[in-house]
Design a binder for this molecule. Structure first.
Ligand SMILES: Nc1ncnc2c1ncn2[C@@H]1O[C@H](COP(=O)(O)OP(=O)(O)OP(=O)(O)O)[C@@H](O)[C@H]1O
Length: 350
């Protein structure tokens, strides 16, 4: 089970308390019936039923776009041009201050599930979004394969989206997060806001790998454990706390020998400070990746990240990890190891 908690530092409206586990991609694609996702005419009018799954995740939630609804805060614009020009606005990340390229809807070719049917390939869905596969033309570099994360209400505020995109851009240097291509440009018709990022090919979530098939060798699990510790270290060293580290938010490329990992979803991340996530006791009991002190209203920290890593390590089928995972899961933050200790430990058992 997964729960949604309210962030103090964002403007998200009260979300439903409890959601189902990850929706299967095939399900999502099946339910996705786009009435009009016309790349050539620059009009994304409606995507129906992208958010599906087992109860109680809302099924068949419509992603309706009302013209003019998507009005970003003016402070986010650092340059404004006429709507009709190629690039209408540049955005700046409210956290990092970096410029975020805007990508025009008509420059994206969404992958169809079937050449005849108007169904588009959904890579996965989360509480806040549905992620679609596509290709985009980038500055005369030809076509790049992308994953387009389209946000649903009430998570479609541009400030939060720009923050997530800015952090992804900053984390590019770690090589462990998807490359950011840009933010989906607002059109005068209004369209679903989104983040255009690198497509992680041949991937499944770490959660899917842990609970199901395919079988992978022990050596590959060691590689995964190492990359988890190394990835968390690299991200934290950039001053970023993920604040939502869990196996659903890690993609594994199972076609590579080392089972290459990618940390996705920086939607709850913070930069140079922790965050508080007020929640009810019931919500806290469902969010097993959240350290007890966070459930008690304290700010996230590197130590709460270590707790989350400990939860993943506990689920990985390697007995050798139980010692370190037990330490990571200490109720007292000061008793948890640092991410450096964890990395050393994993290196030793490999
Ligand atoms: N870059 C990517 N390449 C391939 N697939 C992706 C990519 N990003 C996301 N996905 C797929 O889309 C799913 C949902 O993405 P993501 O976790 O970012 O959404 P979310 O709405 O923020 O989720 P939640 O808030 O529930 O954690 C992922 O589990 C994954 O299957």
């Amino acid at each position: 089970m997964e729960c949604r908690y309210n962030e103090v530092t964002t403007t998200h409206a009260q979300p439903p308390a409890v959601f189902s586990p990850d929706t299967l991609t095939s399900n999502a694609a099946k339910y996705l019936t786009s009435k009009k996702l016309d790349n050539s005419s620059n009009a994304l009018s409606k995507i129906d039923g992208a958010f599906v799954g087992t109860s109680p995740r809302p099924s068949k939630t419509a992603l309706m776009v009302t013209p003019g609804r998507f009005s970003p805060a003016s402070s986010l614009f650092i340059c404004g041009m006429e709507e009709s020009k190629k690039q209408t606005h540049c955005l700046v990340c409210p956290i990092t201050g970096s410029r975020l390229p805007e990508i025009r809807l008509q420059d994206i070719i969404f992958t169809k599930v079937d050449t005849r049917a108007e169904e588009y390939k959904c890579l996965g869905t989360g509480v806040t979004s549905a992620v679609f596969e596509g290709q985009v033309v980038i500055n005369n570099c030809g076509l790049k394969s992308v994953a387009v994360k389209l946000f649903k209400q009430p998570f479609d505020n541009l400030e939060g989206i720009s923050a997530e995109a800015g952090l992804l851009k900053m984390l590019e240097q770690t090589g462990i997060t998807p490359k950011l291509f840009g933010i989906l440009q607002r059109t005068s018709e209004g369209n679903q806001p989104g983040i255009v990022q690198e497509l992680i090919q041949s991937s499944i979530t770490l959660h899917q790998l842990i609970v199901g098939t395919p079988f992978i060798t022990k050596q590959k699990w060691y590689n995964i454990a190492y990359q988890l510790a190394f990835g968390l270290k690299s991200i934290n060293e950039q001053g970023v706390l993920i604040n939502d580290l869990k196996s659903d938010n890690i993609l594994v490329n199972i076609s590579t020998d080392d089972c290459r990992l990618t940390f996705i979803d920086m939607g709850h991340a913070s930069y140079m400070h922790g965050k508080r996530f007020p929640m009810t006791t019931e919500q806290a009991s469902i969010c097993r990746h959240l350290a007890p002190e966070i459930a008690n209203g304290e700010e996230t920290s590197e130590s709460s990240e270590v707790f989350a890593l400990g939860v993943i390590f506990k689920d990985i089928p390697l007995e050798e990890l139980s010692f370190i995972s037990h330490k990571c899961l200490s109720k007292i933050p000061l008793l948890r190891p640092s991410v450096y200790d964890i990395l050393n430990f994993v290196e030793e058992i490999m």
